[in-house]
Design a protein. Structure first.
Length: 327
């Protein structure tokens, strides 16, 4: 798979280093596959075994990686082949979750989780902060200047803390707990983020922290694949809003990565007609780039249709029960 990809940009989740992180979460590799047409590698995909409601499914996060023209017909053929392979190897696989550009009858909305098909990427190729800022929208240029100044006047410091120890990371993690309480989501246990840092290693997972008087207030966990970086996870305290900490941190990270020769920092997800839930976070992210970048959204592809429909019905019943109980 590494040879097939060659110099083609590929998401970290579809490359070999990601396997160590999945393994740390108890999710084994199901297989790596090449889709071949006329003796040429057209796409490659890595699939990992996940579980939902006790049932097994396969997830190709940000895959397949297309090496040649991506057409509706090729996408459909690849899905057909993967479904047949899953049925052949494991009769208990309920569905495959994978990405596709073209919606089709066999691509269904996600049973769980949320996807996105648009994102904003900060273009780092201009290299210098002045040139990167000049390529941003007007309100973004003003915003990062103001954030830089306000954070500095508040006495904030920003540094890379990729190699911090477990005890100190737990303090940093508490910022995410506060973020989740404020924004109404449930974070993963701290061990998940720690496993990502340690299993991927500093070449592929880096941590940047904004502190004030030594106390962490904002952080970004950034993944790296080739010349592309992704702001995979982030957190900010309520207090940090008074000194624009999150914006100052994101801008500082972008400038640091640009100086290292990175090409772009993906802010990972924005709203679209398919995913209006991301509207609020998209409003913030669009300040960093003139235009959104279209990406392939994720879909569920049933392998065992009867089992998949049962999972859908069970999930709807659980949600209905929670609404009745006011949870």
């Amino acid at each position: 798979m590494r040879l097939a990809i060659g110099g083609t940009p590929a998401p970290l989740e579809q490359t070999e280093p990601w396997e160590a992180f999945e393994r740390s979460q108890g999710r084994p590799l199901f297989g790596r596959y090449a889709y071949v047409c006329d003796s040429r590698n057209v796409a490659v995909v890595a699939l990992y075994v996940h579980r939902i409601a006790g049932k097994r499914f396969l997830w190709a996060k940000h895959g397949p990686v297309w090496l040649s023209e991506q057409t509706p017909e090729r996408e459909a053929e690849l899905r057909r082949l993967l479904v047949a392979e899953a049925r052949r190897r494991d009769r208990n696989i309920a569905f495959i979750r994978m990405h596709a550009r073209f919606h089709a009858r066999d691509t269904l909305p996600l049973l769980s989780s949320i996807t996105y098909d648009r994102t904003f990427v900060i273009d780092l190729r201009p290299r210098t902060p002045e040139a990167i800022r000049a390529a941003m929208p007007k309100d973004g240029r003003r915003g990062v200047r103001r954030a830089e100044r306000v954070a500095r006047e508040a006495g904030c410091t920003i540094s890379e803390e990729t190699g911090l120890d477990r005890e100190e990371f737990e303090k940093v993690y508490q910022v995410l707990v506060a973020t989740a309480q404020r924004d109404g989501f449930r974070p993963h246990p701290s061990q998940v983020y720690w496993d990502m840092l340690t299993s991927l290693g500093p070449e592929h997972a880096r941590l940047f922290v904004l502190r004030r008087d030594g106390v962490p207030h904002c952080w970004d966990l950034v993944t790296v694949s080739g010349k592309a970086a992704v702001a995979y996870y982030g957190a900010s305290s309520n207090e940090s809003r008074t000194f624009r900490g999150a914006e100052a941190l994101d801008w500082d990270v972008a400038c640091r990565l640009a100086a290292e020769g990175m090409w772009g920092l993906d802010l990972m997800g924005a709203e679209s007609t398919r995913v209006p839930e991301l509207y609020s976070v998209g409003r913030y992210k669009r300040r960093f780039a003139q235009h959104p970048t279209e990406v392939d959204g994720a879909w569920d592809v049933p392998v065992r249709p009867v089992l998949y429909r049962a999972l859908v019905k069970a999930r709807r019943a659980r949600h209905a029960a929670r609404r009745r109980l006011g949870r």
